[in-house]
Design a protein around this ligand. Structure first.
Ligand code: PTJ
Length: 256
């Protein structure tokens, strides 16, 4: 791993990159995952690399949905496994949602490596190796476990592609996405779109789960019923456009 000095102004972002690179070296993250991370970084830069208020609002509603669900599932891909292995296991423990490995660039070897990686971070049972059911899409993300994503009522899909998100919504499932791009097909088709970096979103969700796990059902339902996903998407775009405007002014570019 490249040594990054703690005082480097881009320390956190550079360390996150190192985690994805390490994921590739360990064989859990796809090489395409490096490109996906770079795309995410661009949107994160425009957000100011922080959890905006409406992202926290979406994260709280997402946790309420996971706590209310009968059969909640957290889908894990190669980037998620590299970036947040410990906290995704904690979120699963706190909410009762099972972890299922589901890959776009699927190989049995990578599925098993990710399962082992999650277990080394404390997971007891990880789904995804059976692949005994299929969603109606024509790529490998279609391959799921019958007792997992296929039968789930609520699914958390971090860094997802639009096809599967839309398919899961069309199957009547409640879909929670984590995606820094508010204009992606995933963000616009999910029921709850968390526009935040997964490295901040999952720890925030663990904290919300700690705070809410003893809440009564009607309290959780009221969080869900008052939730407005359009507000989340439009405010992320507003924050990005404000950031662009303010940075342009700071750099002496006239905003006309
Ligand atoms: O491990 P696999 O084989 O399942 O592949 C995983 C990737 C991520 C490579 C695959 O799903 C993929 O190609 O995804 P896309 O289509 O590039 O979409 C990823 C989305 O996640 C993009 O909209 C990115 O902006 C966003 N994104 C990238 N990094 C982050 C992110 N969102 C939140 N946090 C991030 N760190």
């Amino acid at each position: 791993m490249t040594r990054i000095p703690v005082e480097h102004p881009r320390y956190e972002s550079l360390m996150t990159r190192e985690s994805v690179v390490e994921g590739v070296q360990m064989g859990i993250t796809s090489r395409q995952g490096l490109i996906a991370q770079g795309r995410g970084e661009t949107f994160d830069y425009l957000l100011g690399e922080r959890t905006i208020a409406t992202a926290a609002y979406a994260e709280r509603a997402a946790v309420a949905l996971l706590l209310l669900a009968q059969n909640p599932i957290i889908s894990v891909n190669g980037n998620t496994a590299a970036l947040v292995p410990g906290t995704i296991v904690s979120l699963s423990d706190m909410t009762g949602a099972m972890l299922e490995v589901n890959l776009f660039h699927r190989s049995d070897a990578r599925i098993h490596k990710i399962i082992r990686h999650l277990k080394s971070h404390g997971a007891v049972n990880v789904l995804g190796s059976k692949g005994n059911a299929r969603l109606d899409i024509n790529h490998d993300r279609a391959i799921v476990d019958e007792g997992g994503i296929y039968g789930a009522d609520v699914v958390l899909v971090p860094l997802e592609d639009g096809d599967r998100c839309e398919t899961l919504v069309n199957m009547g499932k409640i879909v929670i996405a984590i995606d820094l791009n508010p204009l992606s097909r995933t963000s616009s088709s999910a029921n709850v779109s968390i526009i935040d970096n997964i490295t901040r979103a999952i720890p925030n969700m663990v904290q919300f789960a700690k705070d809410m796990k003893n809440n009564k059902i009607d309290e959780l339902e009221s969080v869900v019923n008052s939730y407005d996903n359009n507000k989340v998407l439009s405010s992320a775009m507003y924050e990005m456009s404000e950031k662009l405007k303010n940075m342009s002014i700071e750099r002496g570019i006239e905003w006309i």
